[in-house]
Ligand binder design. Structure first.
Ligand code: ATP
Length: 516
């Protein structure tokens, strides 16, 4: 059995080999934590975006979309708090010269303690079998109690330090916990410093006329500064939402784990404007709705969990993450935040404009509260890739790599293949492809044995392979081979459209979400 780390390496290699994700500017040895999507990657990514966009704007008549510019007036970032507070605490190890996020080092330490507790529990579960009572074991076992006390004490100390951004205390925790650098193995740490994650550049041509501007670190502010435009021109009534998909940029200190943490990435964000006082109800609503959206894809319900935030961002009064089980542990894919009226009030203050909502029901004006749902396209892409990648042993000693992608997201829905490259079979295959191509992304492949062609399609997750043989010319039927089961059916050419449509139509997911 391959370890999780080996599996992850294979997934990264597979992404490159099959045209999903390439390192950026690879011929120049790449650029740290920047990636390009290849011919199959871009299709998968577009399908993810399509799934998200329509689930927002089609399923909710009170949610509309916008597409704001990446460059924004620099005061935006003063108002939003990003200039002053969008910092990570960083620490260097003097021996390895490696840089780390101090908070991540401590969170990893908490994770290790949790692991120890889980190990004790698993051991006991095996020993006691069916009679095992986990709650009782947790409450009475000496070793578990000891680890739990350590965890609680560290957790409280860490949360307090983060909430106060007490950098000296963060360093002291690292020293007290005897956390070592994973590379050098030493505890030779520098002090903890603040590091602002925003990229900046200059706009304008003359030196004195140039203005320092930022590449947006989140798409949300493009929505907030357009709140009045959309509300007024769209005659929107509360509650209503504005959705947006776009690039965001963060100068991440430690960029690791492939496309999980990038310096240029894409977000899908929706800000839902509500009446103050209803935030609790709407926060819960969106928390549930977003989990349904994830689960409808069928990647496995057990792969998701909520993680409520300990340290709330400067703008939030409640926050939770939806985490997905990656090969390197449960990790945040999406954040759901109750942002209060922080952003709109700040923009009102800094711009001098009145940014309020006139409520015709109560005849009063107020600044709306906001619930945000924010998901990274690239992290979603990675979670799908990780759950889809499978190495299977087949009968007869053969093996295959298959991407069991949800068919609705698969980059290519069907590949049409003539059994041989003669006797009019290629022409017939082209005819079938032409029939399907207006509705589905299809491939055509006539090279190598059918077995090899199947493997190539398995590797990119194509749900259907359609083979044209000599009988096709007389009986009007083709052989359809299914990716997951590898079984085959004889299907009439005129039934192909319906067959593919049934499996790849996104509407079935929307129905699932609404019905759940
Ligand atoms: P993290 O704690 O992992 O740095 P975050 O809490 O700062 O993430 P948010 O600001 O809530 O992230 O951003 C919303 C979403 O944007 C995240 O859930 C994630 O999917 C995505 N995202 C954030 N930073 C990155 C990044 N550097 N690379 C890829 N996706 C990212």
């Amino acid at each position: 059995m391959a370890t999780q780390e080996e599996t992850f390496k294979k997934i990264v290699a597979h992404c490159k080999e099959y045209g999903f994700v390439f390192p950026s500017s690879e011929i120049y040895d790449g650029l740290g934590a920047v990636y390009d999507y290849g011919q199959n990657g871009v299709e998968l990514k577009n399908n993810i975006k399509h799934y998200w966009w329509d689930s927002m704007t089609l399923l909710h008549e009170n949610i509309v979309g916008i597409d704001a510019a990446i460059f924004m007036h620099p005061t935006t970032w003063k108002a939003s708090g990003h200039v002053d507070a969008f910092n990570d605490p960083l620490i260097d190890n003097r021996d390895s010269k490696k840089r780390y996020r101090a908070d991540v080092l401590i969170e990893d330490q908490l994770g290790k303690i949790e692991e120890k507790i889980n190990k004790e529990i698993e051991k006991a579960r095996k020993r006691f079998g069916e009679q095992f009572d986990e709650a009782q074991f947790r409450a009475t076992n000496g070793r578990v109690l000891e680890h739990q006390a350590h965890f609680d004490q560290l957790h409280t100390r860490y949360s307090e330090a983060m909430n106060k951004m007490d950098l000296a205390e963060l360093k002291q925790i690292i020293l007290d916990e005897e956390i070592v650098c994973p590379i050098s193995g030493t505890r030779n740490w520098t002090d903890v410093r603040q590091f602002n994650l925003m990229f900046s550049t200059e706009m304008g041509s003359t030196a004195d006329g140039a203005m320092k501007i930022y590449l947006r670190p989140e798409t949300a502010q493009g929505i907030f500064v357009n709140y009045l435009n959309v509300q007024k021109t769209g005659r929107m009534k509360l509650p209503f939402g504005i959705a947006q998909i776009g690039k965001a940029f963060r100068n991440e200190i430690v960029a690791r784990q492939f496309i999980f943490r990038m310096r240029e990435f894409e977000q899908m964000e929706m800000q839902f404007f509500i009446k103050p006082g209803t935030e609790h109800e709407w926060f819960n609503h969106w928390r549930e709705f977003r989990l349904k959206w994830h689960k409808a894809l069928g990647l496995g319900d057990e792969k998701y969990r909520f993680h409520d935030h300990e340290k709330l961002a400067h703008y939030a009064n409640a926050a939770t993450d939806i985490e997905f089980q990656m090969p390197f542990g449960f990790k945040e894919v999406e954040g759901i935040h109750s942002r209060t009226n922080f952003d709109l009030s700040q923009h009102a203050k800094f711009s001098g404009k009145k940014i309020e909502y006139f409520d015709p029901e109560t005849n009063t004006s107020y600044t709306p509260y906001v619930i945000e749902t924010s998901i990274g396209v690239d992290r979603m892409f990675l979670s799908i890739m990780c759950s889809a990648y499978k190495e299977e042993q087949l009968e007869g000693g053969d093996s295959r790599v298959v991407l069991a992608l949800p068919p609705v997201l698969a980059p290519v829905k069907a590949c049409v293949m003539p059994l041989v490259k003669k006797d009019g079979l290629p022409e017939k295959a082209r005819e079938i492809q032409n029939m399907l191509k207006f509705d589905f992304k299809t491939n055509y492949d006539e090279k190598d044995s059918i077995g090899k062609r199947y493997r190539r399609q398995d590797a990119i997750g194509t749900p259907f392979c359609i083979t044209v043989d000599h009988d096709t010319l007389t009986d009007g039927c083709v052989t359809v081979r299914y990716r997951d089961t590898m079984t085959q059916d004889r299907v009439k050419i005129e039934d192909l459209h319906e067959l593919i449509y049934k499996a790849c139509d996104m509407k079935q997911l929307y129905r699932k979400i609404v019905a759940q």
